[in-house]
Design a binder for this molecule. Structure first.
Ligand SMILES: [Zn+2]
Length: 315
């Protein structure tokens, strides 16, 4: 589709320089090297400008990290992600709702910086910054949940500058996982199929989505998810664009599908509601004039696909 690469987290401009991962220690001593800082999944952000904060490698905030990942070669030199999740802020976050709105200031970071929930700022980050955050957040969450060998259960060790774990007991190698998830713009003429999950903010609707299963094509996953959740049969399915979605490690595969039926039969275990919305309904919703439908979150591929459908710039 046109504009596909403009989706949030979709820059793909970072040179990951995988061939340099074994030389990460040497790269970390390069005077041009810089690091971004992550804490419990939240990037350290210059909050007024909503920029991902970069630090020289000698900066005190980088001392004693829990993990260091070589992200790749940026415009100005090597870029690392430092995880400092074991740091304890003075006060516990007390506003962890649908989106964590709390900010944490680190004593070693400039006052203009704070750790900030990625969902709250993702649509405001630069394209390069969003890509760094997506990579760092995804890889660090993988390490967090894969500390032990999936084959024998022994503790495993990080290697390849953070892009692999090896088991010293059974010699198995483990690689970061990305979980593919289909998300689909299902249309019937002037209408698009929307659904909402029970835990979402009131009246928020989005495109239907679901994880792919082993042995399944993208097209089959689209048709299965839609009929499971809404009872709608889907005919033609086409790929549109994808979005790295580091919550914690999905790849959203954006598709379009033409509905072959229109009668909704809701799976109440999956969805609280589903409906057909017209283009006019969605324009009202995006303009903030709808009492019935709140749009999907800005920065999400759902909103991106819907906006492009409304602009007629899908294909
Ligand atoms: Zn093992």
């Amino acid at each position: 589709m046109r504009n596909a690469e403009t989706v949030t987290f979709g820059a793909s401009t970072l040179d990951r320089a995988a061939h340099l991962r074994k030389s990460a220690d040497k790269l970390a001593k390069d005077p041009t090297a810089q690091a971004i800082v992550m804490w419990r999944g939240k990037p350290l952000i210059e909050t007024k400008t909503v920029k991902v904060a970069h630090f020289p490698m000698s900066h005190p905030i980088l001392k004693n990290p829990d993990a260091r990942i070589f992200l790749g070669l940026g415009e100005n030199g090597p870029v690392f992600a430092y995880d400092i999740s074991s740091w304890e802020p003075d006060a516990d976050p007390d506003d962890v709702s649908f989106i964590d709105q709390t900010l944490q200031n680190h004593p070693d970071a400039p006052d203009i910086c704070a750790f900030q929930e990625t969902r709250a700022i993702m649509a405001l980050l630069s394209r390069d910054g969003a890509e760094l955050v997506a990579a760092a957040k995804g890889i660090l969450s993988w390490h967090e949940s894969h500390k032990f060998c999936a084959k024998c259960g022994a503790p495993s060790d990080m290697t390849e500058a953070g892009w692999q774990r090896n088991c010293g007991t059974c010699s198995a190698s483990h690689f970061p996982r990305t979980d593919p998830c289909v998300i689909m713009l299902i249309t019937h003429g002037n209408k698009v199929l929307l659904g909402r999950s029970p835990h979402w903010p009131e009246k928020m609707y989005s495109l239907l989505a679901g994880f792919m299963e082993p042995g399944e094509t993208i097209e089959a996953a689209v048709r299965r998810e839609v009929i499971e959740e809404s009872g709608i049969e889907v005919g033609t399915v086409g790929y549109m664009t994808s979005q790295p979605w580091p919550f914690p490690s999905s790849l959203m595969i954006g598709c379009e599908g033409i509905a072959a039926t229109t009668e909704i039969k809701l799976d109440e275990n999956e969805l609280e509601d589903a409906l057909w919305a017209t283009k006019e309904d969605l324009i009202e919703s995006l303009c903030g004039n709808s009492d019935d439908i709140l749009p999907a979150r800005k920065g999400s591929i759902a909103q991106f696909l819907i906006e492009n459908w409304l602009k007629d710039s899908i294909s």
